[in-house]
Design a protein around this ligand. Structure first.
Ligand SMILES: O=C(O)CCC(=O)C(=O)O
Ligand SMILES: [Fe+2]
Length: 312
């Protein structure tokens, strides 16, 4: 499968200490966030609250994690796919992924660590919890900006307070020259927002509105932020979910982490999104119901899933 050449995606600086809610810089950045989601369904963000050392150590800890024997990794069974262990499959022979059900919850993370390292690995738990916390703060900032830019900020606290953060850590084995270079098929994520970071090897591609694929290259300390199915329905379709896939360069292993925000209850589509010019396209929906819907209906095409699940 051929990759497209690099093309510019929106790039938003979220490092600034002046980024205080209510400041003019905050408001103009919030506008940029909304415009990026509406136009591209994604953007690159620089963010420095998770230090370089923390991110590097976390990504590095994944080498050790994926080196565990398969019979150990398989013990990480979560309360439902896709958050358990995903082993290499014939259709995606490079891709292997481990899910952590709630990355900011101490008990959940410690029990995950105990499953994989019965003799303990406190360092991994600490890294996961620190990383999860910093990235959840980034998610909250983006969520606040988005709600504010649409004038629906009065819903942001209740949305954020009902959010949990699922994590998937991924390893893609570098393909040999005679092997497929497909890491992951084109898909959309089920959550509200996805935040992805990677080791130094690129491979993620996002599809733009016109249908062209863009290879994402990550500047230092950057993340890509993707709109998920949840955001698409919440915004009544003003924002489209980001279609993305992964293509791995020859002979280079790639590691990545994805943090997915999920509402633990019902996501309400704000009434502000619906008027004469914007008829209702989505009903309020149970967000984890969407996860169950996918498990029960694995053949529904990725891009149709959210419309079938809660479209009007
Ligand atoms: O590895 C990546 O860059 C993306 C992974 C992905 O799409 C996912 O975990 O849903
Ligand atoms: Fe994804």
């Amino acid at each position: 499968m051929g990759s497209e050449t690099a093309q510019t995606l929106p790039f938003i600086d979220l490092t600034n200490d002046n980024l205080k809610p209510g400041s003019s810089y905050w408001l103009s950045t919030a506008k940029d966030v909304r415009a990026a989601f509406e136009e591209y369904s994604c953007f690159l963000a620089v963010y420095d609250k998770a230090s370089k050392e923390l991110c590097n150590s976390f990504i590095h800890s994944l080498l050790e994690l994926f080196d565990l024997p398969e019979e150990t990794k398989i013990k990480n069974i979560s309360e439902g796919q896709p958050f358990g262990y995903y082993r290499r499959q014939p259709e995606t022979p490079l891709f292997e992924s481990v899910g952590i059900a709630d990355s900011t919850n101490v008990e959940v993370v410690e029990s995950f660590t105990k499953t994989l390292w019965p003799n303990g690995n406190e360092r991994f738990s600490e890294l996961m919890l620190s990383y999860g916390k910093k990235i959840s703060e980034l998610d909250k900032m983006i969520t606040r900006m988005l709600f504010e830019s649409y004038g629906v900020e009065r819903y942001s606290d209740s949305h954020i307070n009902s959010t949990v953060y699922k994590v998937r850590v991924n390893k893609y084995k570098g393909p040999k020259s005679d092997e497929t270079n497909l890491g992951v098929f084109a898909h959309t994520d089920l959550g509200f927002i996805t935040i992805i970071q990677q080791s130094e090897v690129d491979g993620l591609e996002v599809r733009l509105k016109g249908g062209s694929w863009v290879a994402v290259s990550f500047p230092p300390s950057s993340y890509i932020i993707l709109a998920g199915d949840g955001m698409m329905a919440w915004s009544n379709g003003r924002i489209q979910h980001c279609v993305h896939r992964v293509i791995i360069p020859r002979n280079k292993d790639r590691y990545s982490t994805g943090i997915f925000s999920f509402h633990t209850g019902v996501v309400h589509v704000p009434g502000e999104f619906i008027d004469e010019n914007h008829p209702a396209k989505f009903k309020s929906f149970d967000h984890f119901g969407l996860v169950r819907f996918r498990s029960a209906n694995p053949t529904v095409p990725e891009e149709d899933r959210i419309k079938i699940y809660c479209g009007v």
